[in-house]
Structure formats: structure tokens, C-alpha cells
Design a protein around this ligand. Structure first.
Ligand SMILES: *[C@@H]1O[C@H](CO)[C@@H](O)[C@H](O)[C@H]1NC(C)=O
Ligand SMILES: *[C@@H]1O[C@H](CO)[C@@H](O)[C@H](O)[C@H]1NC(C)=O
Length: 182
């Protein structure tokens, strides 16, 4: 009996503080966007760099490995950056909107998946599967963090990745695919 007497008021306190936390949500989209933008800038450099390596027949564990390391570092940085930002209440009208964030992140995902799509076929990068195995959980984590900081943002990313997800499948980005809802 004493336990229930104690537990009930405690439960209502817990509930109240949860409500307060929700009411305290602010629109942090303006903080989230630069983090996603920075990833996009990295990919707009690395994507073409990878395609150029392919065109010049310079694929190797070393050249592709360098790009994969750069991607890993960029996603790690984004993951840490996003985790520091309070979850956003979001906005569908004030720029950057929720959709702006999802669309930019989709762009990043498209660039990662398509720019790496030629690597396996060449056979010139024997350790590519190991590199993917290292990068995949990092991208998955960052994606899940984005979905927390910008709640539900992966729903639109999923829709925009319906076509390009086939490249992630071929490359073995299984954890990323799961995170994106495939
Ligand atoms: C993303 O967030 C939405 C809404 O908050 C949730 O329904 C969905 O399950 C989350 N997706 C993942 C992969 O966690
Ligand atoms: C990814 O999933 C596919 C299909 O389920 C499977 O065949 C493949 O072995 C998995 N790859 C890795 C790296 O786990």
C-alpha cells in the first residue's frame, strides 16, 4: 500500500515533466540545416572525386579508401553535431522547413549511393566490402540521429530514396538501408 501511495504521485510528476519537456520544444531547424549542408558540401566534393577516379582508371584500395575515410569523418562529425542540437519542433512554413532538411539529406544519400555504384564492378578495390562495413554503421547512426533531432525527417528521405536504394543494396549498406526504412 505504501508503495502505491508513493508511486502514484511520482508517476504524475514524471508525466508532468514529460509534458513540460514537450512544450519546451523549439524550432531548431536553423541549427540542423548547416550540419546537413556541411555533409552535402563534402559529398558534392567526394562524389565527383570518386567518379573522376573511375573515369581515369585510378580506382584502388588507397584512392577509394581515402574518399571513404573522408565520408566517414564527415558523417561522424554530423552525427556529433546533430546530437548536440535539441530535438526540433520543426516548421512546415518557416525556412529551413522540415522538408528542406529531408530533401538536403536525401541529396547526400543519393550522392553516396550513386557515386560508389561503379566500385564493385571494376574489381579494382579488393577491400571495398570492408570499407563499406566500416562506413555503413556510421551513416546509419547519423541517419537515425537526424530522425531524432528533426523528428520523422527520414520519412521523406525514404520516399526520395526509393530508386537509389538499389545502389545501397548492391553496395551492401544494409544498416543504412534499415535506418532509412528499407
Ligand atoms: C523516424 O521518426 C518517426 C517519427 O518520429 C518514427 O515513426 C520512425 O519510426 C523513425 N524511423 C526510424 C528508422 O527510427
Ligand atoms: C546485406 O543484406 C543482403 C540481403 O539480405 C545479404 O545478402 C548480404 O550478405 C548483406 N551484406 C552484409 C555486408 O551484411
Amino acid at each position: 500500500m505504501r508503495f502505491f501511495a508513493l508511486a502514484l504521485p511520482l508517476a504524475s510528476v514524471v508525466c508532468a515533466s514529460k509534458l513540460d519537456a514537450r512544450q519546451a520544444l523549439t524550432n531548431t531547424n536553423a541549427q540542423i540545416m548547416p550540419v546537413v549542408d556541411s555533409l552535402d558540401v563534402t559529398m558534392r566534393h567526394s562524389g565527383p572525386a570518386i567518379l573522376t577516379l573511375q573515369a581515369q582508371h585510378k580506382f584502388s584500395d588507397i584512392t577509394v579508401g581515402e574518399q571513404m575515410l573522408a565520408l566517414g569523418a564527415a558523417f561522424l562529425k554530423a552525427d556529433v553535431g546533430l546530437a548536440k542540437i535539441p530535438a526540433s519542433s520543426g516548421s512546415t512554413t518557416i525556412s529551413p522547413t522540415n522538408d528542406d532538411i529531408s530533401i538536403r539529406y536525401s541529396d547526400v544519400m543519393q550522392l553516396v549511393s550513386t557515386s560508389l555504384s561503379g566500385v564493385f564492378g571494376t574489381g579494382a578495390v579488393p577491400h571495398f566490402a570492408d570499407m563499406v562495413a566500416a562506413l555503413d554503421p556510421v551513416i546509419a547512426r547519423t541517419s537515425l540521429q537526424l530522425n531524432v533531432t528533426s523528428p520523422g525527417s527520414l520519412i521523406l528521405v525514404h520516399r526520395m530514396m526509393l530508386d537509389a536504394s538499389q545502389f545501397f543494396v548492391a553496395e551492401g549498406f544494409n544498416k543504412t538501408l534499415t535506418a532509412l526504412g528499407f
